[in-house]
Unconditional design. Structure first.
Length: 116
């Protein structure tokens, strides 16, 4: 069955930069009161939304780019990013700025993506 699907379907893959652009475009649609750092919206929309540019990797304890952390919890599909973005947007901006709350929101959304 899998081979039949592959024969009649087109696999679409997105680069990390394309996914970043999709995510940023959606961040720009948010109202200013939903942004953690509104003064950074023009210069760095991701930092403005997430409230940070880096997070600490849970196991290696190394700094990691915040957007790459988000992407690592997806199947690299735009809809997965929207699931995570929706979950994060539901947090108050000051909550989203807290690394623990940010990671918790991403992990909850990743669990939802896995169940789908």
């Amino acid at each position: 069955m899998s081979q039949q699907y592959r024969g009649s379907a087109v696999d679409i893959s997105y680069s990390l930069e394309s996914l970043r652009e999709i995510f940023v475009n959606n961040v720009r649609l948010l109202k200013a009161d939903r942004i953690a750092r509104p003064e950074r919206l023009r210069a760095d929309p991701l930092e403005a939304f997430l409230g940070r540019t880096r997070v600490t990797h849970t196991y290696t304890r190394e700094d990691e780019d915040a957007f790459e952390y988000v992407c690592r919890h997806t199947l690299l599909r735009p809809r997965d990013l929207m699931t995570i973005g929706e979950r994060l947007a539901a947090l108050r901006p000051e909550e989203r700025s807290d690394e623990y709350r940010l990671k918790d929101g991403v992990n909850q959304a990743a669990t939802e993506i896995a169940y789908e």
